[in-house]
Design a protein around this ligand. Structure first.
Ligand SMILES: [Zn+2]
Length: 388
């Protein structure tokens, strides 16, 4: 076996490399150093490594590391970036793996660099001569912001495999569905005038009142039409999150802007929804003299759904003893689905720990994760028999 560091040292090394993704340019970093380290380990372990730089962003890359070849196969996937941390609110250094109270503290322990180390730990002990189907380790860029890494995979049409596990924090319970999300700004431009004579202006705030009526009616329609009881909130949601308009009570409000988010269920297409949203609002504002403009605050993540009867779903349900669930957070899963993989979200961390000060991973989760991944790799890539 190649001389890779022990598991805890690999986790420590990944946590020590800052790889923060943020919409705030002052906090935003690349993930390239994390990708290079993983590529070195996996290259030493006999994988062929392909580093895919993001177009125009040399500090950001995806890693596709492959052992074995041929059709079928399994992808173990994780993102190599983290969210920013709250300065001053951590009791431990976010970049120094700290073992205390049977926990590993550090930024990215739960979400989700530790999973990448666990996948390497499993992959290093697999011999390519034993493989009947390939084992692919995938690490991605910018999951926490734009999903640019996952989008680049789709653009390159790689990697290909039959099954995928994404090790996002699910407390080792399998997840096969999540909602999507997109965010939109709606800007209305009227014109101002003295409040004493409404005919002098065109009130954007009153126009927004009409727009909100349209949105709430549309929400009722969507919630009557779409429902999935597997989700804790079984209907699509549309939230009015932010509004700003006007400046003074004695002036006709000249402009108003509203920000919303919409979280569709699987089967609802984000581009179609965005188009319908804009059409309905344009129609409401027709012949009012109000100028309406739209902006995508967040392009969006599609909803994900892997069929309950998919072999990988059945397999991890049997191995974990838990029925596959639906969750409220988004992942890179829909992009792997687009690449043709039956995808399950299943990782050792807890979502309550993610994006929090003093993020940790319970030490007791390490061994069961290695066991679980080993069994999946054996079943999918080595035994060569039908999964079930
Ligand atoms: Zn994550």
């Amino acid at each position: 076996m190649p001389t890779l560091p022990p598991l805890l040292d690999m986790i420590r090394a990944l946590i020590a490399i800052p790889s923060i993704s943020s919409a705030n340019p002052e906090l935003n970093q690349g993930n390239r150093a994390v990708i290079d380290l993983l590529a070195n380990w996996l290259g030493d372990a006999g994988f062929s490594v392909d580093i895919m730089s993001l177009p125009g962003k040399p500090a950001r890359a995806n890693l596709i590391a492959t052992l074995g070849s041929g059709p079928g196969g399994l992808v173990l996937s994780g993102h190599a970036d983290t969210v920013p941390y709250d300065e001053g609110q951590w009791r431990h250094d976010p970049f120094t793996l700290t073992e205390q109270d049977q926990r590993l503290y550090g930024l990215g322990t739960s979400d989700m660099k530790a999973f990448l180390a666990l996948a390497v730990e499993v992959g290093r002990h697999v011999r390519d001569t034993d493989l009947k189907e390939p084992l692919i380790l995938l690490a991605t860029a910018d999951e926490e912001t734009s999903m640019a890494g996952a989008r680049a995979l789709v653009a390159h049409d790689a990697p290909h495999a039959r099954h995928a596990i994404i090790g996002e924090p699910t407390g080792l319970r399998p997840v096969r569905m999540h909602k999507g999300v997109f965010m939109e700004a709606i800007h209305l431009q009227g014109h101002s005038g003295h409040s004493s004579d409404p005919s002098l202006g065109n009130n954007a705030l009153e126009a927004m009142h009409e727009v909100i009526g349209t949105l709430l009616a549309w929400r009722r329609e969507l919630q009557a039409k779409y429902r999935d009881p597997l989700f804790a909130i079984p209907v699509p949601t549309l939230n009015l999150g932010h509004i700003h308009g006007g400046d003074s009570p004695n002036r006709i409000c000249p402009e108003c802007e509203l920000h919303i988010d919409l979280r569709p269920l699987p089967g609802m297409d984000i581009d179609e929804l965005r188009g319908e949203l804009r059409d309905r609002i344009r129609k409401t504002m027709q012949d009012t003299g109000i100028k309406t403009t739209f902006g995508a605050l967040f392009d969006g993540i599609p909803a994900m759904s892997t069929p309950a009867e998919a072999a990988i779903v059945r397999l991890v349900e049997r191995l974990t003893g838990h029925a596959a669930e639906a969750v409220a957070f988004g992942t890179e899963g829909p992009y792997l689905r687009q690449l043709g993989m039956d995808t399950v979200i299943l990782g050792p961390g807890d979502i309550d720990q993610a994006h929090q000060p003093d993020e940790y991973l319970a030490l007791a989760r390490l061994e069961p994760t290695v066991d679980l991944l080993r069994q999946v790799v054996n079943k999918v890539c080595i035994s060569g028999r039908r999964l079930l």
